[in-house]
Ligand binder design. Structure first.
Ligand code: PLP
Ligand code: COI
Length: 357
């Protein structure tokens, strides 16, 4: 598609950008531009634009404001040692976006157009991709813009990509995560939207996340909705367990957890390093007893925002337990180094995961 490009007439100055990039935090600073596309039933995708980031003018009856037809993706642009800007497996984000779209009864977008839109933004805002340890977090999203209050799939949508330079997701840096197990709230049920990246899933998780914060925890562990027994995932990350025989367990994709791109990549990397990885149900009771017996040596959370973050302690309304030896374990470290190395061009990309912008 030919995107109409109208550069921001008053972009952030190089000096101010340099200051903002010193300590960006996560998701609070934004680049100068955005990319938008419109979809209508008669025209399909059209009106591709690259322009200054600005508020949307929205009709108060826009369907998204009432029935939450909204989906998004999370991906990053990295600067490699030789100064190139690259994306990590953007085809996986494009295909997951379309699976989310189908689940939310929204139009799909050709994968090539999704990637073209993301690249158009990265290109115009490439000065925002830091040279240090940070990256440029990209947030493609789509919402129902039709003004209509009847309950049915909307007939008009806006697709948009915005970008935010980011440092570590957790304020504590590499400090081990302390997780809260919610025994009251669940995130997703069989037949629901758990495997889709829709805003509604995150809205539903916030009360549990607030409860976690009140208990001094970084994130919530969600259990399955039917038995409140099986580990699913965190509010924004997948989970891995490393046993003392070196084998690894991660909960299977049964439709209630997000099929993470980091998760899929770590499974592949671990297997290619000769590690045994099982996608198998793992219960909270098992986690506790493996922690106490010493069978569990490491556990970590992973996702685009969080990368690989080691876990040190689990807290619930009934008890708490710890495992490992207070630092990120060797298996987690090795997997993180391989993943980050591929993303940043210091480990050879033998699988074609990295795409130059
Ligand atoms: N699970 C949830 C609920 C998430 O929001 C995310 C983040 O995107 C993940 C898992 C990890 O997915 P990915 O590795 O594709 O970023
Ligand atoms: C991501 O990792 O991209 C997410 O969407 C997770 C969110 C907690 C920022």
């Amino acid at each position: 598609m030919n995107f109409a490009i109208t550069p921001n007439a008053s972009p952030v100055s190089a000096e101010n950008r340099r200051k903002l990039l010193e300590d960006p935090g996560f998701g609070r600073i934004f680049t100068d531009h955005m990319v938008t596309l419109r979809w209508t039933a008669d025209k399909g995708w059209h009106d591709g634009e690259v322009k200054a980031r600005a508020p949307f003018a929205m009709d108060p009856a826009s369907a998204v404001l009432h029935y939450a037809q909204e989906i998004f993706e999370g991906m990053k642009a990295y600067r490699t040692g030789d100064g190139q800007v690259v994306l990590f497996r953007p085809d996986m984000n494009a295909s997951r976006f379309n699976r989310s779209a189908e689940r939310l009864a929204m139009p799909t977008i050709p994968e090539s157009l999704f990637i073209e839109a993301v690249k158009a933004l990265v290109k115009i805002d490439q000065e925002w991709v830091t040279r240090g340890a940070g990256s440029l977090y990209l947030r493609p999203f789509m919402f129902a813009s039709e003004a209509f209050l009847g309950v049915r799939p909307a007939l008009e949508y806006i697709f948009c990509v915005i970008a935010s330079p980011v440092g570590p997701y957790f304020k504590g840096g590499d400090k081990l995560l302390k997780l809260w197990v919610s025994d009251e709230y669940t995130r997703a049920a069989p037949g629901g939207t758990g495997a889709a990246k829709c805003g509604g899933n995150y809205a539903a998780s916030l009360i549990a996340q607030a409860e976690a914060a009140r208990h001094g925890c970084d994130q919530v562990v969600f259990l399955d909705a039917a038995e409140h027994r099986w580990i699913e995932e965190l509010g924004g990350m997948n989970l891995f367990f490393v046993m003392n025989d070196g084998s690894i367990i991660t909960p299977p994709l049964t439709g209630t957890i997000l099929p993470g791109i980091t998760r899929a990549s770590i499974i592949e990397i671990a297997r290619s390093l000769g590690m045994q990885v099982k996608e198998a149900p793992y219960s909270l009771d098992q986690w506790r007893s493996d922690a106490q017996s010493g069978r569990l040596s490491e556990a970590f959370a992973c996702g685009t925002a969080a990368v690989v973050a080691s876990i040190g302690e689990i807290v619930s309304s009934k008890d708490s337990f710890r495992f490992g030896n207070g630092v990120s374990g060797p298996v987690s470290q090795r997997l993180k180094e391989q993943l980050v190395g591929i993303q940043r061009g210091t480990v050879p990309d033998t699988r074609g995961w990295v795409q130059a912008v």
